[in-house]
Each structure stands twice: as structure tokens, then as C-alpha cells.
Design a protein around this ligand. Structure first.
Ligand SMILES: Cc1cc2nc3c(=O)[nH]c(=O)nc-3n(C[C@H](O)[C@H](O)[C@H](O)COP(=O)(O)OP(=O)(O)OC[C@H]3O[C@@H](n4cnc5c(N)ncnc54)[C@H](O)[C@@H]3O)c2cc1C
Length: 421
């Protein structure tokens, strides 16, 4: 007799009481506070920015969980936040992203900003009074971050911001934008860019981007800055110091993508498995065909493996702030969880057959959402760049402590055959 609860995806025994309780809170929020009509309206582009949803998250104190209570967070860690993210992830990529943005932009403020800036911005963000967006990608490219061309020229106690950003989630409803812009026209990219907090004003124009394949209704837009005056005190960290800010921000940026993807994949797999249990073909349940049940087995195995990696990475960040493995593990988590989500949702559609391709089931929307996940917050090719780079660095810098297995070959000592150039 199975003694777990329906919908439980790992043994409660490996979670602390606090983790279980937060997961259950986020699960209850996703179940009870978001009506299906909102998801339909977002997907139909009838809602451009669901401000009430952000307010509801704030009311339930679910925004910025990691930040200290002083600013309205709960002072939790990543091991908690990924649990909440997975639950919110079942709502799709737009709502998961709007849940994540205070965690992403908030990270920069929490780590790099003064008490005054935290009072002015972080607190109202976590109260849901100030909505945020992160503006990094430009029309000329997102992967080559340090090639950014938006400029912020210093003029007295202001910067004059000019340029464009595109594909900015939340742009339509954001009161505050975190913007990366070039403050030194001469220096190399990684020493030329600053991160700024920019309030919405008349010199900042947001244009709606039509025609997204999925992830609709989250306010994704193009943002144009025309001589926007930004007070110098809205600088995040050091002038020209966006390199440090960017590196720090990539943790929440990619961890939120990874953990949100788990929820979407889990939801799709559950729909497909329940369908396979009821749907009949050739006089038997389709789950009795290996072609179907093995897809369920593969999906579940990958999903469990992705979850384990995401949780392991969360623990690494929590336990060792300056761990040299964080960059690699965060990138692996983002890559593996998002590729898993894509494969799981795709197989869920296959299990449903033709009806999966219609809007009778939400799988087709999930598929459209999942497709973006391997592209945004750094494409998975960029994740590969980071992963291999970090691995070579670790490997070649380390003293071999483990067994030297290269010597376990019959002719291992025939050095003349080991030709490298
Ligand atoms: C719906 C949506 C929402 C988004 N939300 C936001 C947001 O809120 N804020 C924000 O700042 N951005 C956002 N983005 C932008 C997203 O992060 C970028 O699209 C992504 O980083 C890729 O940048 P790009 O589109 O300019 O592609 P490019 O950088 O032009 O890349 C094109 C292709 O080349 C590959 N490539 C590039 N360089 C390399 C390399 N060195 N090695 C191997 N392959 C490489 C890429 O992997 C990709 O396949 C969003 C995008 C979309 C579509």
C-alpha cells in the first residue's frame, strides 16, 4: 500500500519541517489563488500584465523568500526557494517568471545596495507595491552580454540613459527596471558596464511585443530609453562594476528557470500518466503498452534526476557562499532541468496522441512555454560554454587525489604512443 500523498514527488522525510511547510504553502497558493481563466487570458494576450497576481503573491509573503525579514522576505535559503518555485512552475512560464523577478532583481539590491536603496526599493518590491523587470538583452544580442550598447553618460549627479532592450518580461507593468548600460565608452566590456535602477517615467517607452509562441501575458516588451535621467544614487554596486553584479545575478536568474521548469514538467507528466491509465486502444489501457509506459518511466527518471541536481546546487549555494563549483552547477541545473522539461512535455503530448495537440488539454500551452526555457536566462549553448570552461579550470588546477586510472592499461607506460601534437 502506497503511503505517500498524491502529488508528492519526493519523500517528505528528506525535507525539513520548514521546507515541507513552505512547499505546501506555495502548492496551496498555486491551487487556490490562481483561477484557470487567468491562465487562458494570459495565453490569449487579453491580460497584458497580471498585477493582481503579483499583489496576491506579496499578500501571501511569497516574494523574495531569501531576503531578510527586515525587508519583507523570510530569511530562507535556496533549498527552500526551489521548492516554492517548483510549485509555482506548474502555472506556466509567465507566472513563474513574475514570481521570480523580485528574487532576481532583489538579489542585486540585497547584495550590492545600501540600506537607503533597500528601504526605497527592496521593501516595496516585496510588498508588491513596486513591480520590477530586468533589462539585459538588447536587439543586437543577449548572449554577448558584455557587448551591450545602451549607454549611461554621467552628467553631474545623474546618468543620461539611452538605448534599447528587448524581450523584457514584466516590462509592460514594471514600475522599476534593472538596466545594464555602458558607463565607460573606452574600457573593455567587463569593465565598462554599470547596473542601474531605473524608475518608469515619460522618457522610458515600453512597446508590446506581439506574436510570442508562448509565455504570453507576462508583459514581455521592448524598452526604449531616450535621455532618461537616472540619479547617481540608483547605481547598483560600483560604477563600471556590472561584471560582479551580473555574476551574482546569474545565480537567481538560472536557478529560478531551473526550478520553475521542474514544476511545468511534473504537471505535464501527471496529466499524461493519468490519461494513459484511462485511455484504451486495441482493447487495453495504453499504459499497458511499453511504448507508452516506458515514456513515463524515462520522463520520471529524468525529472527526478533534474530535481536532485537542482536541490544539490541549492545546497551548495546555501552551504558555501564562495564555492568554486556554483557557476558550473547552476549552469548544469538550468541546462538539465530545462531540457528535461522540454523532453517531458513533448513526450506527454505524444502519450496523449491527437488530443494532446488541441486546447482540450493544456499540454500544447506547456509545450510552447517549455520551448522558451532552453533559450532564456542564457541559452543552453551558453550554459555549455560555462560548464566546460569551469570543468577544465577545476580539473587542470587540481592535484589528483583519486586513483590514477590512466595507469590501469596494459601498455600504459608506452609513452611513445601517447602522442598529443
Ligand atoms: C519571451 C522571452 C522573454 C525574455 N525575457 C527576458 C528578460 O526578462 N530580460 C532579459 O534581459 N532578456 C530576456 N529574454 C532574452 C533572452 O534571455 C535571450 O533571447 C537569450 O539570452 C538569447 O539571446 P538572443 O536572443 O539575442 O540570441 P543570440 O545571443 O543572438 O544567440 C543566437 C544563437 O546563437 C547561439 N550562440 C550565441 N553565442 C554563442 C556562443 N558563444 N557559443 C555557442 N552558441 C552561441 C545562441 O545559443 C543561440 O542559439 C527573453 C527572451 C524571450 C524570447
Amino acid at each position: 500500500m502506497f503511503e505517500g500523498k498524491a502529488g508528492e514527488e519526493m519523500s517528505d522525510a528528506i525535507l525539513t519541517e520548514g521546507q515541507r511547510s513552505l512547499r505546501d504553502e506555495a502548492r496551496a497558493f498555486a491551487r487556490e489563488q490562481v483561477v484557470p481563466q487567468l491562465l487562458l487570458d494570459l495565453d490569449a494576450d487579453k491580460v497584458r500584465y497580471p498585477r493582481e497576481y503579483v499583489h496576491a503573491l506579496a499578500k501571501h509573503r511569497l516574494l523574495g523568500l531569501r531576503f531578510s525579514q527586515e525587508w519583507g522576505g523570510r530569511g530562507l535559503d535556496w533549498s527552500h526557494e526551489v521548492l516554492a518555485l517548483e510549485e509555482i512552475g506548474v502555472l506556466g512560464s509567465s507566472l513563474a517568471c513574475l514570481f521570480s523577478l523580485p528574487s532576481i532583481v532583489g538579489e542585486a539590491i540585497h547584495v550590492f545596495c545600501s540600506r537607503e536603496q533597500k528601504e526605497r526599493y527592496l521593501k516595496p518590491i516585496l510588498e508588491g507595491k513596486l513591480t520590477v523587470a530586468e533589462a539585459l538583452t538588447e536587439p543586437r544580442g543577449g548572449s554577448d552580454f558584455f557587448g551591450a550598447t545602451a549607454t549611461a553618460r554621467r552628467e553631474g549627479d545623474h546618468y543620461i540613459l539611452n538605448g534599447q532592450k528587448r524581450f523584457i518580461v514584466g516590462a509592460e507593468g514594471a514600475d522599476l527596471f534593472m538596466v545594464y548600460a555602458r558607463t565607460d565608452p573606452q574600457a573593455a566590456g567587463h569593465r565598462a558596464i554599470s547596473a542601474l535602477l531605473v524608475e518608469r517615467g515619460e522618457d522610458l517607452e515600453v512597446q508590446h511585443v506581439y506574436g510570442l509562441m508562448g509565455t504570453r501575458g507576462g508583459g514581455t516588451g521592448r524598452v526604449l530609453f531616450r535621455n532618461v535621467r537616472v540619479p547617481v544614487e540608483n547605481l547598483i554596486g560600483q560604477e563600471h562594476g556590472a561584471y560582479e553584479v551580473f555574476n551574482q545575478m546569474m545565480i537567481p536568474e538560472r536557478m529560478t528557470s531551473a526550478a520553475g521548469a521542474l514544476g511545468l514538467a511534473r504537471a505535464a507528466l501527471e496529466i499524461a500518466a493519468r490519461y494513459a491509465d484511462r485511455r484504451k486502444a486495441f482493447g487495453q489501457r495504453i499504459r499497458d503498452f511499453e511504448g507508452v509506459s516506458f515514456k513515463v518511466a524515462e520522463s520520471l527518471t529524468h525529472l527526478d534526476a533534474a530535481r536532485a541536481l537542482v536541490h544539490q546546487t541549492a545546497r551548495e549555494i546555501d552551504l558555501e557562499e564562495n564555492s568554486p563549483y556554483i557557476r558550473r552547477m547552476v549552469s548544469e541545473s538550468k541546462k538539465f532541468a530545462t531540457e528535461t522539461a522540454w523532453a517531458v512535455v513533448n513526450d506527454a503530448m505524444q502519450i496523449l496522441g491527437g488530443i494532446g495537440y488541441t486546447n482540450v488539454f493544456p499540454i500544447e500551452r506547456m509545450l510552447r512555454d517549455a520551448r522558451l526555457m532552453t533559450i532564456w536566462t542564457g541559452t543552453n549553448e551558453i550554459m555549455n560554454l560555462v560548464i566546460q570552461h569551469e570543468y577544465f579550470r577545476e580539473l587542470l588546477a587540481s592535484e589528483p587525489g583519486a586513483r590514477e586510472v590512466e595507469a590501469d592499461a596494459l601498455n600504459a607506460n608506452v609513452e611513445g604512443e601517447k602522442v598529443y601534437d
